[in-house]
Design a binder for this molecule. Structure first.
Ligand SMILES: NC(=O)c1ccc[n+]([C@@H]2O[C@H](COP(=O)([O-])OP(=O)(O)OC[C@H]3O[C@@H](n4cnc5c(N)ncnc54)[C@H](OP(=O)(O)O)[C@@H]3O)[C@@H](O)[C@H]2O)c1
Length: 238
């Protein structure tokens, strides 16, 4: 059994991913903010949890340090926490506080989670990181085409962070892999009740990335590619 840390694991796509990995026999630590909701999710999965407000990067660092000290180096890190930006958050309508809130939660704390938890994984030359991004953050297709500026730009930053770290760690040649994914519009608190995909559907690519056979010399793209953005188990342009 190996250790899986799931941020944003109290509900939505993080919870669905954690549930599937728990069913495969992994030890899970859920991370989220609302301690009552988190405790309930952890009770359902019979797993550990840590509550922290990831908007506060010092608190985030302390929490990830403590997880490392208590549970050891994860084999799998799932980063699924995020917030949507305010409804009318076009660039010229967004104030500093909203910009900072979304960047702190969606981007700064992703850096912190990688910096603290992925560092020993990379050093151990073992492990994989899966980061929930969003199509809205792409520099192509439906990405960055206006509106929801803090959210879209934070996810573009997440994409850049993932790609950069993947290159820094040898694109899978040193036993450590990191990938981002677009889950697509799914029925969660963020996605809303009318989204076309269920939460189970939205978690599918993350679960696949966490469990796929990986070999840099593999025969298929699904086996050998990493450091990329995935949607429905296929690579999509950043
Ligand atoms: N759902 C979609 O349609 C969709 C589409 C594209 C991309 N995504 C991405 O997929 C990921 C999962 O989304 P989701 O739909 O599952 O979202 P969700 O249902 O809104 O859940 C968000 C999760 O993030 C945690 N979180 C938010 N703010 C936090 C903070 N300040 N500190 C600690 N934890 C915090 C929440 O914890 P609490 O319960 O404690 O608040 C919760 O566990 C996100 O990265 C999202 O951007 C979702």
């Amino acid at each position: 059994m190996s250790l899986v840390v799931v941020t944003g694991g109290s509900r939505g796509l993080g919870f669905e991913t954690a549930k599937a990995l728990k069913a495969l026999g992994h030890d899970i630590v859920l991370v989220a903010k609302d301690s009552a909701r988190l405790a309930q999710a952890a009770a359902e999965l019979e797993c550990d949890f840590r509550s922290v407000d990831l908007e506060d990067i010092d608190a985030a660092k302390k929490c990830f340090d403590e997880i490392l000290e208590t549970f050891g180096t994860p084999e799998i890190l799932i980063i699924a926490h995020a917030v949507m930006s305010a409804k009318m958050s076009k660039t010229l309508k967004t104030d500093n506080a909203e910009w900072r809130r979304v960047m702190a939660i969606n981007l700064d704390s992703v850096f912190c989670a990688l910096n603290i938890l992925a560092a020993p994984m990379a050093a151990a030359r073992s492990g994989r990181v899966i980061v929930f991004s969003a199509c809205l953050g792409r520099m192509s297709g439906p990405g960055n085409t206006g509106g929801l500026a803090p959210y879209r730009v934070s996810k573009a930053g997440v994409n850049a962070l993932v790609r950069n770290l993947a290159h820094e760690t040898g694109l899978g040649s040193r036993g450590f892999i990191i990938d981002a994914l677009c889950p697509n519009h799914s029925r969660t608190d963020m996605g809303g009740p009318d989204a076309p995909l269920s939460a189970e559907d939205g978690a599918r690519t993350a679960i696949w990335l966490a469990t796929r056979e990986f070999d840099v010399n593999g025969a298929t793209d699904q086996e050998k590619l990493t450091g990329l953005l995935w949607e429905e188990m296929k690579v999509v342009p950043w």
